[in-house]
Write a protein that binds this ligand. Sequence first.
Ligand code: NDP
Length: 245
Amino acid sequence: MASEAKSKPLVVITGASSGIGEACARSFSQAGHPLLLIARRLDRLEALKLPNTICSQVDVTDRPKLIEAIEKAVEKYGPVDCLVNNAGVMLLGKVQTQKPEEWQRMFNVNLMGVLNGTHAVLPSMIERRTGTIVNISSIAGRKTLPDHAVYCGTKFAVHAFTEQIREEVAQYDVRLVNIAPGVVETELLSHSTDKKIVDDYKVWKANMGQPMESEDISRCIMFAYEQPQRVCIREILVCPTRQDK
Ligand code: NDP
């Protein structure tokens, strides 16, 4: 392990180029952790200019490339103590009209991406008898919402496998944490292609008053992670106070 940042262990964050992932990167960095930041927009990762940080242009659906990036970071900073599986896409739509490619993209990123990351770090965590995997799900993984059918499908799945993996690795002192936010002001909505649905969502959000900020979620993540290893916060469901659904 390199001499820098020896005192705090390596944290890997996927989807760190905007929104919740970016806020999370800043929080973990401020707490003194060396980081591996992953996203497709490398310029956005590098613009954060965080110390002791490797920025890696990786699509989380590309398993070999994700593994390679993690291996390089481990070589430099030592084993991964925390993986935040945050990268995700929300493409709202009605199933009867939405392009199937959009369903596929959500399944690839929201499900396969999270599994790829988990698969890359879990064996070492089990072997070392420590580690934390934080999966960013959603309130859409707890209840269904209009125009969210497939997105809900992906997030319900994240809840399901997070809890089952947690049960299976509890005996090794490895923690699985599910963070399920309601509406957060990020770039997430901007990828949906159905203009009417996006406009309706914006009205709903405006009626809510103040949605949450990415920092509200990174604070929850830090709270869960910074508990002693004997404490596993299994889930945090956190929403704007005025969110009605
Ligand atoms: P953003 O759109 O701001 O951030 C999404 C991040 O995921 C970006 O950094 C993006 O980076 C990355 N990403 C997307 N696809 C890929 C990919 N194939 N490979 C690698 N990285 C990828 O949205 P949020 O911050 O809101 O979203 C973060 C997580 O929070 C998601 O899982 C989302 O479902 C969840 N969430 C968000 C809520 C909200 O209201 N905002 C509510 C509940 C949950 P890049 O494009 O550079 O690759």
